[in-house]
Ligand binder design. Structure first.
Ligand code: DQA
Length: 146
Protein backbone atom coordinates (compact mmCIF):
# COMPACT_ATOMS: atom_id res chain seq x y z
CA UNK A 1 0.00 0.00 0.00
CA UNK A 2 1.28 3.46 -0.86
CA UNK A 3 2.05 5.50 2.23
CA UNK A 4 0.11 8.76 2.64
CA UNK A 5 2.12 10.19 5.53
CA UNK A 6 4.94 12.72 5.64
CA UNK A 7 7.51 13.12 8.38
CA UNK A 8 8.17 16.71 9.46
CA UNK A 9 11.44 16.74 11.35
CA UNK A 10 12.84 19.76 13.16
CA UNK A 11 16.25 19.74 14.78
CA UNK A 12 17.92 21.50 17.68
CA UNK A 13 16.67 24.79 19.08
CA UNK A 14 13.66 24.87 16.77
CA UNK A 15 11.47 24.08 19.80
CA UNK A 16 12.23 27.67 20.83
CA UNK A 17 10.72 29.24 17.70
CA UNK A 18 8.59 32.25 18.54
CA UNK A 19 11.04 33.53 21.14
CA UNK A 20 14.38 32.49 19.58
CA UNK A 21 15.97 35.42 17.74
CA UNK A 22 12.62 36.52 16.24
CA UNK A 23 14.42 39.05 14.02
CA UNK A 24 15.90 36.04 12.20
CA UNK A 25 13.39 33.25 12.71
CA UNK A 26 10.10 35.17 13.08
CA UNK A 27 7.41 35.06 15.74
CA UNK A 28 5.63 31.85 14.73
CA UNK A 29 5.97 29.02 17.22
CA UNK A 30 6.85 25.46 16.25
CA UNK A 31 3.38 24.31 17.39
CA UNK A 32 1.81 26.81 14.98
CA UNK A 33 4.09 25.70 12.15
CA UNK A 34 3.26 22.05 12.79
CA UNK A 35 -0.45 22.88 12.75
CA UNK A 36 -0.14 24.81 9.46
CA UNK A 37 1.90 22.08 7.83
CA UNK A 38 -0.57 19.41 8.96
CA UNK A 39 -3.42 21.47 7.47
CA UNK A 40 -1.56 21.84 4.16
CA UNK A 41 -0.82 18.12 4.14
CA UNK A 42 -4.50 17.35 4.81
CA UNK A 43 -5.47 19.51 1.81
CA UNK A 44 -3.39 17.10 -0.26
CA UNK A 45 -4.88 14.05 1.46
CA UNK A 46 -1.70 13.43 3.44
CA UNK A 47 -1.12 12.77 7.14
CA UNK A 48 1.74 14.36 9.00
CA UNK A 49 3.97 13.09 11.79
CA UNK A 50 5.79 15.99 13.41
CA UNK A 51 8.92 15.32 15.46
CA UNK A 52 11.34 17.80 17.02
CA UNK A 53 14.46 16.86 18.89
CA UNK A 54 17.58 18.54 20.16
CA UNK A 55 19.44 15.24 19.91
CA UNK A 56 21.11 13.94 16.77
CA UNK A 57 20.43 10.28 17.59
CA UNK A 58 16.72 10.91 18.15
CA UNK A 59 16.51 12.62 14.76
CA UNK A 60 18.21 9.61 13.18
CA UNK A 61 15.80 7.22 14.93
CA UNK A 62 12.84 9.22 13.56
CA UNK A 63 14.32 9.04 10.04
CA UNK A 64 14.75 5.26 10.35
CA UNK A 65 11.16 4.87 11.63
CA UNK A 66 9.86 6.82 8.62
CA UNK A 67 10.98 4.03 6.32
CA UNK A 68 8.11 1.88 7.62
CA UNK A 69 5.23 4.29 7.15
CA UNK A 70 6.13 7.59 5.47
CA UNK A 71 6.29 8.65 1.83
CA UNK A 72 8.64 11.59 2.26
CA UNK A 73 10.60 13.66 4.76
CA UNK A 74 10.63 17.41 5.35
CA UNK A 75 13.61 18.28 7.51
CA UNK A 76 15.01 21.40 9.07
CA UNK A 77 18.16 20.02 10.65
CA UNK A 78 18.97 23.34 12.38
CA UNK A 79 22.63 23.62 13.31
CA UNK A 80 23.19 19.95 12.47
CA UNK A 81 22.85 20.93 8.79
CA UNK A 82 26.36 22.31 8.97
CA UNK A 83 27.99 19.61 11.10
CA UNK A 84 26.31 16.22 10.79
CA UNK A 85 27.35 13.42 8.48
CA UNK A 86 25.15 10.89 10.29
CA UNK A 87 21.87 12.68 9.48
CA UNK A 88 22.41 12.70 5.69
CA UNK A 89 23.65 9.10 5.97
CA UNK A 90 20.34 8.15 7.63
CA UNK A 91 18.35 10.05 4.99
CA UNK A 92 20.21 8.29 2.20
CA UNK A 93 19.68 4.92 3.88
CA UNK A 94 15.89 5.16 4.03
CA UNK A 95 15.61 6.17 0.35
CA UNK A 96 12.64 8.52 0.80
CA UNK A 97 12.33 11.86 -1.01
CA UNK A 98 13.72 14.63 1.20
CA UNK A 99 13.01 18.35 1.25
CA UNK A 100 15.39 20.43 3.35
CA UNK A 101 13.90 23.62 4.79
CA UNK A 102 15.55 26.56 6.50
CA UNK A 103 13.47 29.40 7.86
CA UNK A 104 16.23 31.90 7.26
CA UNK A 105 18.23 32.44 4.09
CA UNK A 106 21.36 30.71 5.31
CA UNK A 107 23.30 32.03 2.29
CA UNK A 108 22.93 35.61 3.52
CA UNK A 109 24.28 34.69 6.93
CA UNK A 110 27.63 33.63 8.39
CA UNK A 111 29.86 31.60 6.03
CA UNK A 112 29.65 28.49 8.26
CA UNK A 113 25.92 28.32 7.45
CA UNK A 114 26.49 28.28 3.68
CA UNK A 115 27.25 24.57 3.53
CA UNK A 116 24.73 21.90 4.53
CA UNK A 117 25.68 18.22 4.48
CA UNK A 118 21.97 17.43 4.15
CA UNK A 119 21.59 19.27 0.83
CA UNK A 120 23.50 16.51 -0.97
CA UNK A 121 20.69 14.05 -0.21
CA UNK A 122 17.77 16.49 -0.57
CA UNK A 123 15.66 16.65 -3.71
CA UNK A 124 14.74 20.25 -2.92
CA UNK A 125 16.28 22.88 -0.65
CA UNK A 126 14.19 25.84 0.52
CA UNK A 127 15.77 28.68 2.50
CA UNK A 128 14.51 32.08 3.52
CA UNK A 129 10.76 31.66 3.01
CA UNK A 130 10.05 31.47 6.75
CA UNK A 131 7.32 29.05 7.86
CA UNK A 132 5.87 29.06 4.33
CA UNK A 133 8.92 27.06 3.26
CA UNK A 134 7.54 24.00 5.06
CA UNK A 135 4.27 24.30 3.14
CA UNK A 136 6.16 24.60 -0.17
CA UNK A 137 7.86 21.37 0.87
CA UNK A 138 4.49 19.65 1.36
CA UNK A 139 3.33 20.89 -2.06
CA UNK A 140 6.46 19.45 -3.68
CA UNK A 141 6.11 16.05 -2.02
CA UNK A 142 2.35 15.90 -2.68
CA UNK A 143 2.99 16.58 -6.37
CA UNK A 144 5.64 13.93 -6.47
CA UNK A 145 3.35 11.34 -4.85
CA UNK A 146 0.32 12.01 -7.02
C1 DQA B 1 18.16 27.16 10.44
C2 DQA B 1 19.50 27.76 10.00
C3 DQA B 1 20.64 27.11 10.76
O1 DQA B 1 21.88 27.70 10.35
C4 DQA B 1 20.48 27.31 12.25
O2 DQA B 1 21.51 26.66 12.94
C5 DQA B 1 19.14 26.91 12.73
C6 DQA B 1 17.97 27.21 11.93
C7 DQA B 1 16.97 27.90 9.77
O3 DQA B 1 15.86 27.35 9.85
O4 DQA B 1 17.13 28.99 9.23
O5 DQA B 1 19.00 26.38 13.82
O6 DQA B 1 18.12 25.81 10.00
Amino acid sequence: MTQRRLLLLNGPNLNLLGTRQPEIYGATTLAQIEQQVAATAAEHGLDLRAVQSNHEGALIDAIHAARADCAGIIINPGGYSHTSVAIPDALAAVELPVVEVHLSNVHRREPFRHHSYVSAVAEVVIAGAGPLGYRFAVAHLAGRLS
